[in-house]
Design a protein around this ligand. Structure first.
Ligand code: ATP
Length: 454
């Protein structure tokens, strides 16, 4: 059980510059957040870890970066225009609006009244006018998921890379959903980022790949620091499956507000590619879905027997913001140091830490020490480990506490000994053990290279 509370995280995020309410000075915009100086680093590191695991470390996945604005027809044929909705209910007493499936015991979560309207579907997509004429006919949508462009670009990717099944297309990017009740900080928001993989397989091999991806994704989350005991795998009952899915696992995490979905891994069958495929049968396609009268393409691939098939697809789809919340929840630690002292430490995995190393001068505004700090920082940057921060506060104790709170794994202190004695040396302090080691400046690069390679 993770003991971290949402209040602790929200407070740390604001105090240390991870996450801020969007449009704060005008009273905020509900369900929309901005990532501050450290939040942007953490989020980028999480996305980079996903991209590395998907695109760089494997040989069967290509990347894509598609547009947010989406042609209405894409979301018509994907089924989103008709079915991408949540049931909405109103409280007649206090006039609050809720997702009907989030209401417990038939009572309004705001005032407790049982006088609620019948649930009615509310489409979550943001519709927007495209072009200078606002006559209601020229509209598109902000994409509600990144996946659809992967399907509509399927043929271009296959033709330009000569891929054969099985293979995948990965994408990270913004998605937008007009959530009825955004809540729980960055857990349920209206603008968020997704990291989605569409892994295309031969029909008949889908169930095997669904299991493989479930295991692979649990393993990846553990690598990001989540303990297995805080992860639950929820298998969606057949009756609750989305219209496109044959089976679905949710990777749930023990967030401060409860065990909830972090990532969905669905077996989409050939639903999406089939629905975006031009309606005609001369290719003898296997799918039942291809009744599309607007698409100009056949989104299929040749199998080993030179037969055209529409692949099945397995979709691991994670929320990047929920990922940030999960790794912060897991990493947040309050430690009792004895004698009335305590500290907050963000025990993030090294590769996720927003600042990798802080270079701290023992004395503020001392030119000699600062020059040495600058030289060390510039040298360490060449390692390509990420952000190396230079301090000029002169209060070592405070600097250590601050870097503990934001998860900086190592602090390097430059003191008078560094500049006065040969060979030059510095103190390296470890975030988790608080142990200090004296290291020669000449050995620093190797020391850090080894430390961050572990
Ligand atoms: P939920 O049931 O929580 O509304 P979902 O099943 O609709 O989520 P998917 O459509 O499967 O979500 O989207 C894949 C992932 O995108 C989710 O697992 C989640 O991490 C993330 N996600 C979806 N909606 C939001 C949101 N409003 N805010 C933040 N992340 C989201």
């Amino acid at each position: 059980m993770v003991a971290t509370s949402m209040e602790q995280l929200v407070s740390l995020c604001k105090r240390r510059g991870f996450i801020f309410q969007n449009s704060d000075i005008y009273g905020g915009l509900q369900g929309v957040y901005d990532y501050g100086p450290l939040g942007v680093e953490l989020k980028n590191n999480l996305k980079a870890a996903w991209w590395r695991a998907m695109v760089y470390e494997r040989d069967d996945i290509e990347g894509l970066d598609s547009a947010i604005l989406t042609n209405q027809k894409v979301l018509h044929y994907s089924g989103h225009e008709d079915t991408f909705s949540d049931p909405m209910t109103d409280c007649r007493k206090c006039k609050s609006r809720f997702r009907a499936d989030h209401i417990k015991d038939g009572k309004c979560p705001n005032c407790g009244s049982t006088d609620l309207t019948e649930p009615r579907p509310f489409n979550l997509m943001f519709k927007t006018n495209i072009g200078p004429v606002d006559d209601g006919a020229n509209f598109g949508y902000l994409r509600p998921e990144t996946a659809q462009a992967i399907f509509t670009q399927f043929k271009n990717v296959v033709d330009s890379t000569s891929r054969k099944l099985p293979f995948g297309i990965a994408q990270i990017g913004k998605s937008f959903r007009n959530e009825i009740t955004p809540r729980n900080f960055i857990f349920r928001v209206r603008e968020f980022e997704q990291a989605e993989l569409e892994y295309f397989v031969m029909p008949g091999e889908d169930e095997k790949w669904h299991e493989i991806w479930k295991e692979e994704r649990i393993r990846w989350w553990e690598e990001q620091g989540l303990k297995r005991e805080n992860i639950n795998i929820y298998t969606t009952p057949k009756d609750d499956l989305a219209h496109y899915a044959k089976a679905c696992y949710d990777i749930e995490y023990q967030f401060p507000h409860g065990m909830e979905e972090l990532e969905g891994i669905a077996n989409h069958t050939d639903y999406d590619l089939g629905n975006h495929t031009k309606a005609q049968d001369e290719m003898n396609l296997t799918s039942e879905c291809h009744k599309n009268s607007d698409s100009t393409q056949k989104l299929c691939i040749m199998d080993d027997n030179n037969k055209w098939v529409i692949p099945f697809v397995i979709e691991p789809s994670m929320g990047v913001d929920r990922g940030v919340l999960a790794v912060m929840t897991e990493a947040y630690t309050e430690e009792d140091l004895g004698e009335g002292n305590s500290r907050i430490v963000l025990k993030l995995k090294k590769h996720l830490a927003p600042i990798k190393v802080a270079v701290i001068p023992l004395k503020k505004n001392n030119e000699q020490i600062m020059n040495k700090c600058r030289e060390i920082k510039n040298n360490l940057l060449k390692l390509g480990i990420g952000r190396v921060a230079l301090e000029n506060t002169g209060n070592i104790g405070k600097a250590y506490r601050r870097h503990d709170e934001v998860g900086t794994p190592l602090c390097i202190t430059v003191d008078f000994e560094t500049i006065e004695q040969q060979p030059e040396s510095v103190t390296i302090r470890d975030r988790d053990t608080m142990q200090q080691t004296r290291v020669k400046v000449a050995d620093l690069k190797d020391y850090l290279r080894n430390y961050f390679a572990e």
